[in-house]
Write a protein that binds this ligand. Structure first.
Ligand code: SME
Length: 190
C-alpha cells in the first residue's frame, strides 16, 4: 500500500482546518480504499483519525447488530459495549440519521459517560450505499463514528463538517458486508 506520503502529522503542518480535512480525507481514502476487509478498514480508520486529530481521547465505531449499537474498532479507553438506538449521543445520532455535535456532554440529556475525561463529542451516522443514491433517506444504517475530546466545544462547525466528510468516505468505502451487520445480513453483494 502506498500511503506513506500522506501520513505525516498534519496538525503540525500549519494547515487551515478545511485544508487539514482535505489532506486527512485523501489519507483516509488511500488507507481504506485498497483494503477489502471491513474490520481492517475500520481499525485503521480510527487509528488514522486518532493519530492526526489533536485533543481526542476516544475515536471509534459503534456498529448496528441485532438492533443495537455494539462497540467496534476504536482508539481510547475501554468503552461501553452496547448502546440502544435512541440512547446517548450515539443512539440519538443513529435514530436522527444526522451528525450531532455536543459542546458539553454534561449538558446533553442521556449522555453515556464511558470516559470521565470526555467533555465534548461528535457522532455521525454511517450508511450503506451511495449518499447520492435515488432515495438517500432509505439508506440502511450500519453504525456511527464517535469522536470524543477532553476539551469543551472541541468540534466547531469546520471540524464537524470535516468529520462528517470522513464519515461519508467510510460509508462509501468500507466493505460493510464483511462485518455481519443488520443492514447487510440479507445482502449477497455490496
Ligand atoms: N458518549 C457516548 C457513548 C460512547 S463513548 O463516548 C465511547 C454516547 O453518549 O452515546
Amino acid at each position: 500500500m502506498s500511503i506513506s506520503t500522506n501520513l505525516a502529522p498534519l496538525h503540525l503542518a500549519g494547515l487551515s482546518v478545511p485544508d487539514f480535512y482535505k489532506e486527512l480525507s485523501a489519507s483516509l481514502e488511500a488507507l481504506v480504499g485498497s483494503e477489502s476487509d471491513g474490520l481492517a478498514q475500520l481499525a485503521n480508520a480510527c487509528a488514522l483519525i486518532a493519530q492526526q486529530l489533536p485533543h481526542l481521547n476516544w475515536v471509534g465505531f459503534y456498529l448496528l447488530k441485532g438492533g443495537e449499537l455494539v462497540v467496534g474498532p476504536f482508539q481510547g479507553n475501554p468503552a461501553c459495549t452496547r448502546i440502544r438506538l435512541g440512547k446517548g449521543v450515539c443512539g440519538t445520532a443513529a435514530v436522527a440519521r444526522q451528525p450531532i455535535v455536543v459542546d458539553d456532554v454534561d449538558a446533553f440529556p442521556g449522555h453515556i459517560a464511558c470516559d470521565a475525561a470526555s467533555k465534548s463529542e461528535f457522532v455521525a451516522p454511517l450508511f450503506l450505499g451511495d449518499a447520492h443514491s435515488a432515495d438517500p433517506a432509505a439508506r440502511p444504517l450500519v453504525g456511527v463514528l464517535d469522536v470524543d475530546s477532553p476539551l469543551l466545544a472541541r468540534f466547531d462547525a469546520e471540524h464537524a463538517s470535516g468529520l462528517a466528510g470522513l464519515a461519508d468516505i467510510l460509508s462509501r468505502r468500507v466493505h460493510w458486508k464483511t462485518l455481519g451487520l443488520d443492514a447487510t445480513r440479507a445482502e449477497s453483494e455490496i
